[in-house]
Design a protein around this ligand. Sequence first.
Ligand code: AGP
Length: 616
Amino acid sequence: MCGIAGYLGFRKAYPIVINGLQRLEYRGYDSAGVVLLDGNEMSLYKTKGKVSDLKKIMKQKNIDGNLALGHTRWATHGVPNDENSHPHLSNSGKLVIVHNGIIENYDTIKKELIIRGYTFKSDTDTEVLINLIEEVKIKNKCKLGEAVQMALSNVVGAYAIAVFDISKPDEIIVAKLGSPIAIGIGENNSEFFVASDASPFIEYTRNAIYLEDEELAIIKLGKEIRVRKIQDNAIVEPDIHQLKLNLEQIEKGGYDHFMLKEIHEQPDAILDAYRGRLLASKGIIKMGSVDNNIARFLNANRIVIVACGTSWHAGLVAEYLFEDLARISVEVEYASEFRYRNPIINKNDVVIAISQSGETADTLAAIKLAKSKGAFVFGVCNVVGSSIARETDTGAYTHAGPEIGVASTKAFTTQITVLALMALKLGNLKGELSNSRYHHYIHEMSLIPGKVEEVLKMDTEIEKIAAIYKDAPNCLYLGRGFNFPVALEGALKLKEISYIHAEGYPAAEMKHGPIALIDEHMPVIVIATRKGHYDKVVSNIQEIKARHGKIIAIVTKGDTIVREMADHVIEIPETEEAFTPLLSTIPLQLLSYYIAVMRGCNVDQPRNLAKSVTVE
Ligand code: AGP
């Protein structure tokens, strides 16, 4: 997820764009850049680091120009460095682009362009796109808008782009598929603003167009914006919205907190986590970093997973995934314990390190220890170019986009998504998973974003349950199998943002002690999915009821048995049991969120916590 800010009009463009980028830094902050056009005079500056670093560079530069495009990056292809920062130029230096999204087939296009003599300075998919546009423009001798339209018809992936030709200083082309882009419209079309959300221009105009998917807009100073469908050039009459949100609400996407926004981003985040990897139409899973090291995985006697916190819970889910689907033995270790335990690492072990931030000190230390003992280490990280991403031998990014809320939500579900893809792929390659089962799982995974959307619709119902239990002094979370780690994760969510003491347990473990805690004041959240040792969980619920415990049950849609026993029931859609954590965790995230809000806690920055624990 990156931030785009652009301006075309009668004002000096730079101050508007640089301030806009600062407001968009929540969307990405590993590098930033800006291009200014003063007449036909173009100047482009970009740097690894934050917008504030770019501002320092610009202090000594000429900042004239009434057209500018700026970008603050969340790296997906190409590590954060100056060269990979946006904006990017075409080979001729005449076309300029900023891009938010992922071009899945950029590698194929790049190879084709290299054959035609194009060269590339960066590792980004974006530089490929601007040269594809240039190639189409030259070959068809067409206008920039037509060239962009034709080029995008050959592109697979997600994008929000703004492009201009330095020989046309009064025009910007904007296009969208999958990533957001808003266009602010000034009085009498005397100025235009382009941005990933309205925060960069809200004080200049409240008239905005939000492009829909597969739409392209031609912005020309002094003229009405023309919007077309990319595929068939059909004219679109865009809705001009009168914006009511204030700046803070816009940055949070209209949600009250980043955490709630990120909970609701999970359908898109899970889609981005498998985008370009889960090829449902072909019934295959493609993961370069696994394919290129396949022998290590297929010959692995054991996978050792090291992580902390929520990432450690994702590791526990992965243990069930790899053992059930790929029949590979897995050991999950707290990184902080692993690093001091003098662990045994065998030469055929594969170590997987899981970390959202890629900067967790204990996980980083565990990786170094494992490598010193000769292990091959695979990273599952969200932050491209982070310390853990660079320390591991290879890895797979989760592409969740920046997670601003301290409590991990979309990081957790995207980690599980990536790990599930790995387990499925290895299971099929090892012959443990038949082709038909493999294809069934692939199809089912492609349905998960929609099923997460369905669970998110329970938002209001869950808020009502939260109101009943917001003052509970303690809480117990129970789950079995794939959902035992989800019980742990649900408990962590509640305690870290509402400060209520909560514990997660395997449901069967209750009789070995925790049942002593059960009374009418103890809410017990039980995950009772239909294929998850259901009868056993039902017995556990009966034991809790017999002791007057309050039951909040997460059940499979259509459940009739638990419904008769529980005090509250939250339904999740049917799916493969291995994928239920992707759904069952959502109500637990929302429950924790609403309880914390009702308790007046600082949800996005809970007390005593940091987003990344970079010290021991
Ligand atoms: C969970 O909500 C917390 N944010 C915390 O437990 C976190 O998961 C842990 O610190 C690990 O962070 P990492 O994934 O960035 O390594």
